[in-house]
Ligand binder design. Sequence first.
Ligand SMILES: [Ca+2]
Ligand SMILES: [Ca+2]
Length: 321
Amino acid sequence: MKKRTIVFVAIAIAVAIVGIGFTLYFINSGSQRGLTAPEHLDLGERYLLDLDYEQALIHFMAVIEIEPMNPRGYTGAAEAYVGLGDATSAAAILRQGLEQLPGNEDITAMLDDLTRPAHDGETPLPNYDITLELDLTGDSILDAEDNSILLVPAVDWSSGNAFFRSHLSDNFNIKFDYKIGGGTGADGIVVAFFALDEIPTVVGGQLSFDGSEGYGIEFDSYHNQEYNDSPNPHIALIHGEASNHLVSVDDERVRTNQWHTADITVDGDRITAKIDGDAIIDYTGYIDRTNRSMYFAASTGASNDNHYIRSVVLTELPLTV
Ligand SMILES: [Ca+2]
Ligand SMILES: [Ca+2]
């Protein structure tokens, strides 16, 4: 071979190798490389502007995964969670950010905004549906430390109501956590609905419910024979008065000093209640919707317990035809 031919062959081989290299590179970048953190950030911001919070969340979570030291991943994901109505997860992702970036100003400021205790019903509450306004009466207080409401402390002859100033639609679902215990065992919590707007707090076995003219799901830990109670801790649907149990089911989860999740649905002529996912109450009958208020109440008497709720979320359901 002549020298020039050898040079051509060498160039041809080099071109071929570079070409294969480029091909491999493009295959990699197209199908395996995925998006970079700046690309995820850009998409996250765009979806936030479009109010597409689910997509925004996916991209900000990807930023956290790829670039855990980038604070915008956490604040962006938190904004998306807030947009989705999930303030609990928003606060959790911000706290995760502060573990990576202790003292970061943006994350701290957003977490402060989210978790600042509110008591005047004007500022959205952490863990609480932002459409609800809260009004605490009697002995109920907001526990700023863990964002729960202490409806009634473990002190004899106490009572408190927590009104959520949101008029109920015909059909709705309400979810919340509750915790009862730490005292000598009385009286319980009731979540009242289709109730009057103003109810005075009442101590003892009426659970601050009588006079509300509404319905309630009660978590009754104390046996009041005079109010037709089951001798055991019970979860019941009550109407008008605490003594009027439409459905009553004994359940030890009333009083464990642990958090449990209640999930109550009113839909058409049916009222159902689940505890920790287990169906407890399923009632069908005429439901009087004259009054539209909703509140939580708790009380103690000659015995007592701490009565907490948290993470209250009310969802309107479409009309049943
Ligand atoms: Ca009772
Ligand atoms: Ca009862």
